[in-house]
Design a protein around this ligand. Structure first.
Ligand code: F6R
Length: 595
């Protein structure tokens, strides 16, 4: 996590870095900092503090011009969020400024073996890097000192580095954590995400692991750790500025919930031919078809989409599918089938837990497919194949449109393999309209939230695919409203968890599956008779007159794509009424680039 931005060129470094940090705040927002060169007198100034980028902006001196700087927005890993632990961190004498995204696993060993006479002013692992670079710079060039330091670091890092002795250079390097450079005729940006470059650069170059960049004005050299030039390709930046702004919406989350019908229509337009057949690279469909088992690897919301994917692959394409928590799978790999295909689902395409698995299975020679919203991301670049979910930039930390887009893509992949039992294109178009119908009734859902979500805890219950929907619904509610919420298999309640139900506990049931609707209703009655305040989200064909939220019927295996919409609104309004920061909930970050 953490976002880094650096700039060198003829434009105002401060504006580019502060705006870039605002756009990267989704990566962490415990503290923020910036180091700038004052072009007028050559001095370097550093501003940093606990708190958001807006606060950093308010403490930054805007009275001088600056053409070189680095900035950081932090998600704390080592040391509490305070001024000392904020980045930039500096070397012993203050010669080097650095900003860091990642975790250095061996920083304590490095202190003992290389820096035991150093005085540290923070608790961060990052400061060790600054001290090492300075130490080596006494006996070698800065370029070599950075590469030498890289060779000692174990763990993940994306670094931007300023040498105050040479204000005409900006340095950057990376391993595991994402980093790219944005290029334009007036200068070069170093950033964790291309979003920081939109409007300032027209091309970008994603950097590979263990590479090092030396930037001199608008010229740059990318080298590997031993100093050999790396062949690279500049790519156009095609992100629309409008897509990364909130516009008329009060929150990105609300905007992104509302964008779901449009995202589905983009997917339909991209992945279907005029005759209704799917338009997906044959090699991808063949890779799925020829595997004897699919292993879906994901985290959080993407994993919840993966569960629906399992249902789709098993019912539509009859391929056995397992879903695994990436962070568990990375270090506890189960026995695999003879011919597996690994499917990585990740909105950001940067999640470190997934990357650990990808590196591992690639080394073993297994095939991989990444389903992601960011086609230039690490997971997209490093897997054998990738499919883009076309949801458009998702800025709110709580994922909404990426979830529904992931399910739509999974349904298209599964459908591409089967002998068409239904018209999926038509079905997805129906879903888009049905989502619009729910959006139109959001005020009603807001009123339900006021009436029902009055306690510190809540349960979502469902069976089968509705249970998978409950997992996502509960994740949404807990992460932004801080109501302790569990998604539970309805039938499992009575084996222990029902003990938690007391007078007024909100229990929300999702009911969309004909075969098991009655069973879920029985479980609902069980909690009702123990005092629970129940609310039902059901589909038309299984609804009962007292159900509060009734959505349209869709092909049963992807009903979570529709039942999740009221749940997203429930989470949104519950957080809104509690006055929380909806787009940036506490302790979280959107792109989780540490394991
Ligand atoms: C929750 C949420 C997270 C992410 C998870 C994986 O709203 O967004 O649970 O789904 O951190 O991130 P990606 O999909 O980027 O791999």
């Amino acid at each position: 996590m953490c976002g880094i931005v650096g700039y060198i060129g003829t434009k105002d470094a401060r504006e580019i870095i502060i705006n870039g940090l605002k756009r990267l705040e989704y990566r962490g927002y415990d503290s923020a900092g910036i180091a700038l060169q004052n072009c007028e007198n050559g001095d370097f100034n550093m501003y940093k503090d606990k708190g958001r980028v807006a606060h950093l902006e308010s403490i930054t001196d805007f009275s001088y011009s600056s053409c070189l700087g680095i900035g950081h927005t932090r998600w704390a890993t080592h040391g509490v969020p305070n001024q000392e632990n904020s980045h930039p961190q500096t070397s012993n004498t203050g010669r080097f400024f650095i900003v860091h995204n990642g975790v250095i696993d061996n920083y304590k060993e490095l202190i003992t073996s290389h820096l035991n006479d150093s005085v540290f002013s923070s608790e961060t692992d990052t400061e060790v890097i600054a001290h090492l670079i300075e130490r080596y710079s006494y006996t070698m060039s800065v370029n070599e000192a950075i590469r030498k330091t890289m060779s000692l670091l174990e763990g993940s890092y994306a670094l931007a580095i300023i040498d105050t002795y040479n204000p005409y250079r900006l340095y950057a390097c990376k391993n595991k954590s994402p980093l790219l450079i944005g290029v334009s005729d007036d200068g070069v940006i170093v950033a964790s995400d291309v979003m920081a470059c939109v409007g300032y650069s027209d091309r970008f170059v994603p950097l590979e692991d263990k590479t090092f960049v030396e930037i001199d004005g608008a010229k740059y050299h990318i080298r590997d750790i031993i100093g050999k030039e790396v062949v690279h390709k500049e790519r156009p930046i095609d992100v629309d500025y409008f897509n990364i702004e909130k516009g008329e919406f009060s929150h990105f989350m609300l905007k992104e919930i509302m964008e779901q019908p449009a995202a589905l229509r983009t997917i339909i337009g991209t992945y279907f031919n005029d005759d209704g057949s799917v338009r997906v690279n044959r090699n991808i469909l063949d890779a799925i078809r020829t595997s004897d088992r699919l292993y879906i690897i994901a985290a959080g919301t993407s994993m919840n989409a993966g569960y629906v994917g399992k249902e789709l692959f098993e019912t539509l394409a009859e391929i056995p599918t397992e879903v695994h928590i990436a962070s568990e799978f990375a270090y506890n790999m189960p026995l695999l089938s003879d011919n597996p295909l690994f499917i990585f689902i990740s909105q950001s395409g940067e999640t470190a837990d997934l990357r650990a698995v990808l590196v591992n299975i690639k080394a073993k020679g297994y095939r991989s497919l990444t389903i992601t919203n960011v086609k230039t991301s690490t997971l997209a670049r490093e897997a054998d194949h990738y499919v883009e979910i076309m949801a458009g930039p998702e800025i709110a930390v709580a994922s909404t449109k990426a979830y529904t887009a992931q399910i739509a893509i999974l349904s298209i992949l599964a459908y591409g393999l089967e002998s068409h039992r239904m018209d999926l294109r038509k079905e997805l178009s129906k879903v888009a309209i049905s989502i619009e119908n729910i959006i139109d009734r959001r005020d009603y859902i807001e009123a339900l939230v006021e009436e029902y979500l009055t306690k510190r805890n809540c349960f979502y219950i469902g069976r089968g695919i509705d249970y998978y929907g409950c997992l996502e619904a509960s994740l949404k509610l807990k992460e932004i409203s801080y109501i302790q919420t569990e998604g539970f298999a309805a039938g499992e309640l009575k084996h222990g968890t029902i003990a938690l139900i007391e007078e007024g506990t909100p229990v929300i049931a999702i009911i969309s599956q004909r075969a098991i609707a009655k069973n879920t209703r029985s479980n609902l009655n069980e909690v009702k008779s123990r005092g629970a305040k129940t609310l039902v989200i059901s589909t038309k064909s299984v609804h009962q007159s007292e159900d509060q939220i009734v959505v349209d019927d869709v092909y049963e295996s992807f009903s979570p794509i529709l039942t999740v919409i009221p749940a997203q609104f429930i989470a949104y309004y519950a957080a809104l009424h509690r006055g929380y920061d909806i787009d940036k909930p506490r302790n979280l970050a959107k792109s989780v680039t540490v394991e």
